[in-house]
Design a protein around this ligand. Structure first.
Ligand SMILES: Cc1cc2nc3c(=O)[nH]c(=O)nc-3n(C[C@H](O)[C@H](O)[C@H](O)COP(=O)(O)OP(=O)(O)OC[C@H]3O[C@@H](n4cnc5c(N)ncnc54)[C@H](O)[C@@H]3O)c2cc1C
Length: 417
């Protein structure tokens, strides 16, 4: 008799963990992803700011499951699913049947309907975007160096970062260091003082999900790095050389980096499944898509309510849900009832340039060097692959000791167009 077939869509934090947790289960597991690598998104900003190489934070998925066993990988893009017939549709026109489906397709950038921003802004959601941003910023330095006047250089050297959450704060800090370490040394035509980095946040503080004191510390640290923090302001529109803000300022800038929001991946809208106001797929207490016994949704794609709120779109819930969904599938395979899921919030952390980070771990708030050390070890621990851990650690040590951004290469392969 054929073994039950589990199909997992997405090999990110949730999907990969789920597949690993189903290793050895009495079922054939097929893991699908449109990319052939698993991406460690929390370090994307270090690729975008010339500190790490793309291969340092990505890991080939087939290598994870090369030892045989019941998990197979296929590089394929899911375009939809017939949840009644039990089939996932793929972009090449074929379909994959399943007995159990786990939807783990993550999220995508949310421009909140701002079309001009969607056309002009630089995102940081995947490797090609991070590489394109790295190329663009380094090209801005080159273009500025060719300009004869400070007035003409200004738009090349003004960088607006939208979003005061961890991604925006981390990138703004890393960009300030890139400017200090690279522009100051490699470009005798330019001065670091010509550069303006503006971090724009619509709320009244940075890190809205952290305790207010940590947001304040992050702001002080960014300002000490030369980043101007503008609170209670939003980006309204943008074109190639100007960003207009809600407080009336039109900033002459050729770079707008968008870190102001994400929404559920496009796949969510292609399914006939109930969705929350945020567009995420609604799941029940067992992580099953509402009304479906054998279809699970986890991670950024899933809307799971706890204490009257949707749990956040970060890596920890995706991994916890992955293990839990795998456990419930195993239970079903063995004829046992599913168990309800409960998210254990273990905290958040973000780094702000060299030697400084903020972290909230349970009741413990860390900032500065202590926060940075905690951040460093947590990120190394969750990176996949010994080589990646070693290379990233060496990259950080090099940066720490040499004050260097070694990967300041403008490569055509990473271009946006
Ligand atoms: C720049 C950045 C920084 C971040 N920093 C942090 C941080 O510091 N801490 C933290 O906790 N979280 C952070 N996050 C959020 C964290 O990465 C996500 O919450 C987490 O990745 C969610 O896991 P997931 O499995 O739901 O989705 P993902 O890890 O995004 O995985 C989704 C996978 O699905 C694949 N996929 C999507 N659509 C399809 C399709 N149609 N067909 C096939 N495959 C598909 C994608 O290629 C991807 O591999 C960050 C995110 C970004 C972008």
């Amino acid at each position: 008799m054929d073994r039950p077939r589990v199909v997992i869509v997405g090999a990110g934090f949730g999907g990969l963990r789920c597949a690993r947790s189903l290793s050895g289960a009495p079922a054939d597991v097929l893991l699908l992803d449109r990319n052939n690598y698993h991406l460690f998104a929390p370090l994307l900003y270090q690729v975008a700011s010339s500190l790490l190489n793309p291969s340092d934070i990505a890991y080939p998925i087939r290598a994870v499951f090369r030892d045989g066993g019941n998990v197979r990988f296929r590089m394929a893009e899911a375009t939809g699913a017939d949840l009644d017939a039990g089939r996932v549709q793929l972009s090449d026109g074929s379909a994959v049947p399943y007995d159990y489906l786990v939807l783990a397709a993550g999220s995508e950038t949310n421009f909140f309907g701002l079309q001009s921003v969607g056309r002009s802004a630089w995102g940081m959601k995947d490797l090609p975007e991070a590489l394109a941003l790295r190329n663009h910023v380094l090209r801005c330095f080159e273009s500025a160096a060719r300009e004869p006047s400070a007035h003409a250089r200004a738009p090349w050297l003004t960088f607006v970062v939208a979003g005061g959450g961890p991604t925006g704060v981390e990138y703004a800090g890393a960009l300030a260091e890139l400017v200090r370490l690279v522009l100051g040394r490699d470009y005798p035509e330019l001065s670091a003082g010509d550069v303006r980095i503006l971090l724009v946040e619509g709320l009244d503080r940075l890190f809205p999900t952290f305790p207010p004191a940590l947001g304040e510390k992050a702001r002080a640290r960014l300002e000490s790095l030369g980043v101007a923090v503008r609170l209670r302001a939003r980006v309204l529109d943008a074109d190639a050389d100007r960003v207009r803000l809600s407080d009336g300022e039109a900033v002459p800038a050729r770079t707008l980096v968008w870190a102001a929001g994400v929404k559920a991946a496009g796949l969510a809208a292609a399914l006939h499944a109930p969705r929350s106001r945020s567009g995420r797929i609604e799941v029940d207490e067992f992580l099953r898509v509402k009304g479906r016994e054998r279809v699970y949704a986890i991670g950024d794609l899933a809307s799971f309510q706890q204490d009257g709120r949707e749990i956040p779109m970060i890596a920890a819930p995706a991994m916890q849900q992955a293990r839990h969904a795998a456990g419930n599938i195993r239970a079903s395979l063995e004829g046992r009832p599913p168990a309800p899921f409960h998210y254990k919030d273990r905290g958040m952390m973000a780094t702000i340039g060299r030697n400084a980070a903020v972290a909230q771990i349970g009741r413990l708030s860390l900032a500065g060097f202590a926060g940075w050390i905690a951040w460093l070890f947590v990120h190394l621990y969750f990176l996949i692959g010994f080589r990646n851990r070693l290379v990233v650690l060496l990259g950080w040590a090099w940066n720490y000791l040499r004050h260097d951004r070694p990967i300041r290469l403008i490569t055509r392969a990473g271009d946006r167009d």
